[in-house]
Design a binder for this molecule. Structure first.
Ligand SMILES: O=P(O)(O)OC[C@H]1O[C@H](OP(=O)(O)OP(=O)(O)O)[C@H](O)[C@@H]1O
Ligand SMILES: Nc1ncnc2[nH]cnc12
Length: 175
């Protein structure tokens, strides 16, 4: 019997040279289109919270939202979006960063998380760690208590977790 994480691993499709030459893109579309794999992904990400009561699940625009919102519901927590620059209507904190195939700016609403609230950060994939590191800086600016950063996929060879300081990092599958 294959384990749920092995089934998820088998559902990830490699697309060479996307979005740039030399990048092997991990395509999660086959997981999203399979209700069993999608449920298993949500369940395993939810389990990374452990026994800690989570107040807010923070998801990163855009693929992170797919997983973070259902995880928030499963944990009876609120959902907070970190969005790419220019999309959030209220007052924001901003952070510039580099990722495996470019650079960008992410933002969070200043009132999205109360000081001391327990936060779980959820994204689909940890590559160089640039995106997650920027998200963690935004969460820190709100004086939240980051319990863990949880990813469906981690690309070990890019050492992204080295950028995330002493944050507990969890990944459902790694390559
Ligand atoms: O560890 P890093 O090197 O920073 O890369 C990881 C990030 O890259 C992807 O986001 P992308 O910016 O492509 O956005 P998308 O979710 O809108 O596709 C992915 O969803 C992560 O957020
Ligand atoms: N190789 C990759 N595949 C999918 N998403 C990514 N985000 C950053 N690197 C990625």
């Amino acid at each position: 019997m294959t384990s749920p994480s092995d089934q998820i691993r088998a559902g990830i499709r490699d697309v060479p040279d996307f979005p740039k030459p030399g990048i092997v893109f991990k395509d999660i579309a086959p997981i999203l289109s399979d209700p069993e794999l999608l449920k298993k992904s949500i369940n395993l990400l939810t389990a990374t919270a452990g026994d800690v009561n989570i107040d807010k699940v923070v998801g990163i625009d855009a693929r992170g939202f797919i997983f973070a919102a259902p995880v928030a519901l499963a944990l009876n927590a609120g959902f907070v979006p970190i969005r790419k620059q220019g999309k959030l209507p209220w007052q924001t904190h901003s952070m510039a960063y580099s990722l495996e195939y470019g650079e960008n700016v992410v933002e969070i609403h200043k009132d999205a998380i109360l000081p001391g609230e327990n936060v779980l950060l959820v994204d689909d994939l940890l590559a160089t760690g640039g995106t997650a590191a920027a998200a963690i800086k935004l969460i820190d600016q709100l004086e939240a208590n980051l319990i863990a950063a949880s990813f469906l996929i981690e690309l070990n060879f890019l050492n992204g977790r080295d950028l995330l300081g002493d944050t507990r990092v969890e990944a459902v599958v790694d390559f």
